[in-house]
Design a protein around this ligand. Structure first.
Ligand code: SAH
Ligand code: F3S
Length: 449
């Protein structure tokens, strides 16, 4: 069989990136496809979409419009749309763009090879946006070309139904991957040089995976098992929801040193009134309690968060509560967004009278505060010795290497190629706007490099 070219365009979150790498692996390993990066010479064009915030639908049709021209030049080109917008819109996509051949969902991407075959044979479009229970993971063997760090999905979907969020509708209910599958995948990654894993899911702390003997393994237990894998020396996870950040997870910070001292725990707002409208099911005080407990176990931990500004009905007072909460917790680098109404979610029905200009102002003010905090955290690091995982040549200066600290700062420094893939100690000597400068010396480390 001759080789066919696939071109994949991915939008959105890390889960989508992970899904695109699964698609690549599946098509390349078993179906004689090759991923290329020039759409003009592709046989199959795949759009892996995200609908969490922007005007996702419009963006999809914009992109499809461009690909329509490619199909006009070569009618044999197959166009496939997957991801969250496809799951949500299904048949509707073909109503507006009847040249689309395949519509696949977030949970049916493993059926893509078969769908491509069907389109070729029957010259007819295929739609499959089902939610089969996590079947897609049975098709992964290992990730293509992992680097020094890798993402590993441990749980899909979300049952929380926060009033603003589209995820439960597009990714389905929470389904955990079996423990052994995850451990096997991470062991294989470790054998291929990965030293840091980032466990991925919309709510990793809701993880309840089956063990081989039918028992249930909780997230805290999974963390400990991952920490036992040789070669994996740093563990991160994204994202957690405060309502399931239970004491056993907080306990894990005491004896599982491989878990980084950096926690991303989205709070969204510092106002209880808004949290209630968001259906977040926890209060500001409960969130604070978690941080207090975790800081007891890990005094140097840094916390980052997600914030939404301009949620329907957010008053200046609510907003100020968020600003005060940021100061109180001393949040580090965080993500913040202007509320974006998602069709079909309960919040989309709430009256939203705040002008966009005001929402932009609030976002600006919030980001200014967060940036100030992040800068203060950076300044604290100046002169300190930090353990960094060296990932490769620096992007700005190929004569230098770069690595990441536990708290996710990029550090550029002068080093030797044999340091790539190793943890080394460097002294932080300078703070730049997006990175830090470090100095390596043998005396900071007990390793012979
Ligand atoms: N599971 C995570 C959130 C995943 S979605 C949690 O429990 O918090 C990632 C982030 O996107 C959210 O934390 C939220 O800040 C943002 N987001 C989601 N829907 C949004 C919307 N409709 N408008 C603006 N931001 C949104
Ligand atoms: Fe979305 Fe809330 Fe789940 S933000 S992903 S519904 S925890």
């Amino acid at each position: 069989m001759t080789e066919k070219n696939i071109y994949i365009k991915t939008w959105g979150c890390q889960m989508n990136e992970y899904d695109s790498s699964m698609i690549t692996q599946l098509l390349e390993k078993k179906h004689n496809f090759k991923r290329i990066y020039i759409p003009e010479i592709a046989d199959v064009l795949i759009l892996n979409t995200c609908s969490i915030r922007e005007k996702a639908q419009e963006k999809v049709f914009h992109q499809l419009g461009r690909w329509k021209k490619l199909k006009k030049n070569n009618p044999n080109v197959i166009i496939a749309v997957g991801g969250c917008v496809a799951t949500q819109e299904g048949e509707e996509i073909r109503k507006r763009a009847n040249y689309v051949d395949i519509i696949f969902g977030t949970q049916t991407l493993h059926r893509l090879p078969n769908m491509i075959k069907m389109v070729k044979q029957n010259k007819k479009h295929v739609i499959d946006i089902d939610f089969p229970l996590i079947e897609k993971f049975d098709f992964i063997e290992y990730q293509n070309f992992p680097g020094i760090t890798a993402y590993v999905t441990i749980i899909e979907g979300c049952n929380k139904f926060c009033s603003f969020c589209i995820v439960p509708y597009t990714r389905g209910y929470e389904v955990s991957r079996p423990v052994d599958d995850i451990l096997l995948e991470i062991s294989m990654l470790s054998k291929r040089g990965v030293r840091e894993v980032n466990l991925l899911g919309q709510n990793v702390n809701a993880y309840r995976g089956k063990t081989f003997d039918g028992k249930i393994c909780k997230f805290s237990e999974l963390l400990k098992l991952v920490a036992l894998i040789d070669g994996i020396d740093r563990i991160r996870f994204t994202t957690s929801n405060p309502i399931e950040f239970t004491d056993d997870i907080i306990e894990a910070y005491l004896d599982t040193k491989k878990i980084v001292s950096f926690l991303h725990l989205p709070v969204q707002s510092g106002s209880n009134r808004i949290l209630k409208l968001m259906k977040r099911a926890h209060s500001v005080q409960e969130y604070k309690k978690i941080i207090e407990k975790i800081t007891k176990n890990r005094p140097n931990i840094q916390i980052s968060s997600d914030f939404i500004v301009g949620f329907p009905g957010e008053t200046q007072k609510d907003f100020e509560k968020t600003l005060n909460f940021i100061k109180e917790i001393n949040f580090d680098m965080s993500f913040s967004f202007i509320y974006s109404s998602r069709p079909g979610t309960p919040a989309a029905e709430l009256p939203d009278n705040l002008p966009l200009e005001e929402k932009k102002n609030r976002l600006y003010e919030l980001q200014k505060l967060i940036n100030k905090n992040a800068k203060l955290w950076n300044e604290k690091m100046l002169g300190s010795i930090q353990s960094i995982l060296v990932e490769g040549p620096s992007r700005k200066n190929p004569m230098e290497l770069y690595g990441r600290t536990e708290n996710n700062r990029i550090v550029n420094f002068e080093g030797q190629p044999n340091m790539i893939g190793q943890f080394i100690n460097v002294k932080i000597t300078k703070i730049n706007s997006n990175s830090l400068k470090g100095y390596y010396s043998k005396k900071f480390s007990n390793k012979n490099l």
